[in-house]
Design a protein around this ligand. Structure first.
Ligand SMILES: Nc1ncnc2c1ncn2[C@@H]1O[C@H](COP(=O)(O)OP(=O)(O)OP(=O)(O)O)[C@@H](O)[C@H]1O
Length: 317
């Protein structure tokens, strides 16, 4: 049964310029889902509508059967059980870590507040920083405080709006792993919005791809990778090489094998040293350029290289 239900939601800020178009989506309880889309595709608008802090023009959003209303329909916008975490943390700069985390709990009694605070500090490994100010913490630690603050109200749905964008790769990987494990343990439903496929895949196996306010494809990562519905979904995962004399057939660089003699004849025009292979740009007889992976780091610029791939690995639309 779906826990979060979004049905036929439309939203535009300006007449004739829809940001979300007949948008529908269902999430099951306790599942982490990544939503990926380029800048301006409507991701943040969608999250604000789900959180009840943005009005929609039409459609329905419900959580566990309860309709989520926008600011126009609800006196105090937002819901305790739905928490939105932003890229820029939005911490109170003059409040300590503990004060920031407890902030949403001010109307609760002292004992509950203290108990929530201690469990969150422990859960997120923030005990050593409890009396520090945000500016004394790293970006990753500040984001953990923001997530701790969101968790203080025991939400059942967490919406993450590009929360790792300002962190470096190592910090990001570590934090994503830590949070993913924690969300699973707490059985919290998470919708993680990003424009970075790597981050999306680190966080979950379930992916929604949106473009210009519409879902382009959704499902488990492997099935989207193996059977992308369109060029946009396919290109999110890797470069695509257009196969000559076909209409819309492509092959991924990782599926191409390199030979010294037989196969599709090409010439190396550029070589780039990458961590696991040399990335070669090769020119085909028709003048088209392909990208391929030289895992043995054998070929040099100017060499002839012949290419083959297994039948069935082509991606066709
Ligand atoms: N409050 C607003 N008022 C007017 N236009 C807005 C508002 N918020 C967003 N928009 C416009 O709606 C479109 C979608 O924006 P949105 O922030 O939802 O996309 P996004 O996918 O989250 O983009 P990004 O990754 O850059 O944050 C953009 O064209 C944006 O300029």
């Amino acid at each position: 049964m779906s826990f979060l239900l979004i049905k036929n939601v439309d939203k535009s800020y300006e007449k004739g310029k829809p940001v979300l178009k007949d948008f529908s989506l269902e999430l099951t309880k306790g599942k982490i889902t990544s939503l990926i889309g380029e800048s301006g595709s409507g991701k943040s608008t969608l999250l604000r509508i789900i959180a009840g802090t943005e009005n929609k023009d039409s459609g329905v959003v419900s959580l566990a059967g309860e309709n989520i209303l926008g600011p126009k329909e609800k006196l105090v916008p937002g819901y305790d059980e739905i928490q939105l975490v932003y890229q820029d943390y939005k911490l109170f700069p003059n409040s300590t870590v503990s004060e920031n985390i407890q902030r949403p709990l001010l109307q609760y009694d002292k004992e509950y507040r203290f108990q929530r605070l201690e469990s969150i500090l422990t859960l997120l490994g923030l005990q050593p920083f409890r009396d520090k100010l945000p500016k004394e913490l790293s970006g990753g630690q500040q984001q953990k405080v923001a997530i701790g603050r969101a968790l203080s109200l025991e939400p059942s749905l967490i919406l993450l709006d590009e929360p790792f964008s300002s962190l470096d790769t190592i910090q990001r990987r570590e934090l994503i792993y830590e949070l993913k494990t924690m969300f699973q343990k707490l059985n919290i439903t998470v919708l993680f919005v990003t424009h970075d496929l790597d981050d999306a895949l680190q966080m979950s196996d379930s992916l929604i791809i949106i473009r210009k306010g519409k879902i382009v494809q959704s499902g488990d990562v492997e099935s989207i990778f193996l059977k992308p519905k369109n060029l946009y979904s396919a290109k999110l995962f890797s470069h695509l090489n257009a196969i000559p004399e076909t209409k819309n057939s492509y092959i991924r660089p990782s599926d191409v094998s390199l030979y010294k003699s037989s196969g599709l004849k090409t010439k190396v025009v550029d070589k780039q040293y990458l961590i696991h292979y040399n990335q070669l740009t090769v020119e085909l007889a028709n003048g088209h350029l392909w990208q391929i992976e030289d895992k043995k780091r054998f070929f040099e610029v100017g060499d002839q290289v012949f290419l083959k791939w297994e039948k069935g690995n082509e991606i066709s639309f």
